[in-house]
Design a protein around this ligand. Structure first.
Ligand SMILES: Cc1cc2nc3c(=O)[nH]c(=O)nc-3n(C[C@H](O)[C@H](O)[C@H](O)COP(=O)(O)O)c2cc1C
Length: 159
């Protein structure tokens, strides 16, 4: 029984969450950009992770999940979303982005997301400033270790 954390990230904060999860449940972690070398047969459990950008999960992760749905559907599947706001509900995000997975994901959870205007390209920093993103809601993944252990506790009995 081996677990994979398969994540997408633009500015690195989802990678940080993925690493904390992987470290805490002895899992492998793979960036979706490196997926070509991945052998899915090695894994019985997969934890997907993606940030949210203007309501959307990362395209390359969605594409992979769609392409591989037949290979993945007999595994234990889980998802974390790393994002700045608490709305919409995670079930609505799944329905809009990956409706095929609505009944396949056993555990879903939100992490708090992180903004770093120093890293962000101009377009993204303009979007954050103009789109109605409530920065006050962003908890910058404080207490990440505690949140990760809650998440792992939730999925432990679903292995
Ligand atoms: C241009 C832009 C759009 C975003 N849109 C959303 C959004 O629609 N909903 C949300 O909850 N968070 C949104 N965020 C916050 C990101 O999800 C958050 O910063 C996340 O930690 C980024 O992850 P990454 O560093 O792995 O790319 C947005 C951030 C940026 C820069």
């Amino acid at each position: 029984m081996k677990t994979l954390v398969l994540y997408a990230t633009k500015y690195g904060s989802t990678e940080e969450v993925a690493k904390t999860i992987a470290d805490n449940c002895d899992a492998d972690m793979v960036n979706i950009e490196d997926v070509d070398l991945l052998n899915l047969d090695r894994y019985t459990t997969i934890i997907f992770g993606s940030p949210l950008y203007v309501g959307k999960l990362r395209k390359d992760l969605i594409r992979f999940m769609r392409d591989k749905i037949h290979q993945l559907s007999n595994k234990s599947l889980h998802l974390f979303v790393n994002r700045g706001t608490r709305t919409p509900a995670i079930d609505d995000i799944i329905e809009k982005n990956i409706p095929e997975y609505q009944n396949l994901l056993q555990t879903t959870i939100d992490f708090g997301g992180t903004f770093d205007f120093n890293k962000m390209n101009l377009m993204d920093s303009l979007i954050v400033r103009t789109v109605n993103l409530d920065l006050d809601e962003l908890d910058s993944n404080q207490n990440l270790d505690e949140k990760v252990s809650n998440f792992i506790g939730k999925l432990a009995h679903k292995y």
